[in-house]
Design a binder for this molecule. Structure first.
Ligand SMILES: [Mn+2]
Length: 280
């Protein structure tokens, strides 16, 4: 686990720099046995690295994080990045994409983050998936429900980005939502870039730019279970944009539980790869 308490371009409610510490603190309290995946991360061994601290712009952080995450991937380990604001994703995803040319980012978010520039930077949290797209990586986003006209036009024209919008998910009975999330997910190794504002704010209200009407807990958990059951290769994951608030520790616990579930899914993927003897 790589804590990245980074916050440089957050536009509204600040505090996401405290996200990684809050997740780690809450993670001491959540049950280690994961009910959904029927497994536990401690079976594999988990190491928490020293936090990556950077006061510079996102491009500078990307140059620090790319080799850090690259070293974890080269050691055949599973990196889980704890954010911090979403702009920090560029370096980790670049590290994964250089090693997996057919990488797919499964992106949970209320926002597509596909703006070319926002508030004077091309590397802020509203632009990160645009920069990821320029790496040649395919993106499948779910929970999307706050889209700029520029992003709407790009989504209509760009076949390398597919979406499961929140409006479509919420129109379905809960049991049918995971299938809709995974419909259209391209084949290939997966990087999970999960902004917790993609979840319904009833699950994680403590985030910088909350939007009503998000993805429910059953759906995200079941998506992880189905990826695991299908034997999908998971390369790495991120939990982003928790902005802890006094009196709202339920958000910290939800993010800790989600991070643990993602970690279990990732470690099981690594175990399958090791068992099949194939290094990719
Ligand atoms: Mn977002």
């Amino acid at each position: 686990m790589v804590p990245v308490p980074y916050e440089a371009t957050t536009t509204y409610e600040v505090g996401t720099a405290r996200g990684p510490a809050a997740i780690l603190e809450a993670s001491r309290q959540v049950e280690f046995w994961d009910e959904w995946l029927e497994d536990e991360a401690v079976r594999f061994g988990v190491r928490t690295e020293e936090p990556v601290v950077c006061d510079g712009p996102p491009e500078e952080l990307a140059a620090i994080l790319e080799p850090r995450i690259g070293a974890i991937l080269d050691a055949d380990r599973f990196p889980l990045v704890l954010g911090g604001e979403h702009s920090l994703s560029l370096g980790p995803i670049r590290a994964a994409a250089r090693r997996h040319p057919d990488l797919v980012v499964l992106h949970l978010d209320a926002h597509p983050d596909l703006r070319d520039a926002y508030e004077g930077t091309r590397f802020g949290h509203g632009c990160v998936m645009r920069r990821v797209l320029e790496l040649g990586v395919r993106i499948h986003s779910f929970g999307i429900r706050a889209v700029s006209p520029e992003e709407r036009d790009l989504l209509a024209a760009e076949p390398r980005v597919t979406t499961a919008p929140a409006r479509e998910l919420l129109a379905l009975p809960p049991a049918e939502r995971p299938e809709r999330v995974l419909a259209g997910l391209p084949p290939g190794p997966l990087w999970l870039s999960w902004d917790v504002d993609g979840l319904d704010p009833a699950v994680v209200p403590a985030t910088g730019t909350p939007e009503p009407g998000g993805v429910d807990w059953f759906t995200v958990s079941e998506v992880l279970r189905r990826l695991d059951a299908a034997g999908r290769e998971l390369v790495g994951a991120e939990v982003l944009e928790l902005s802890p608030r006094p009196g709202q520790h339920g958000s910290d616990f939800a993010c800790a539980r989600l991070a643990h579930r993602m970690l279990v899914a990732g470690l099981r993927s690594l175990e399958r790869r090791a068992a099949s003897g194939s290094r990719s």
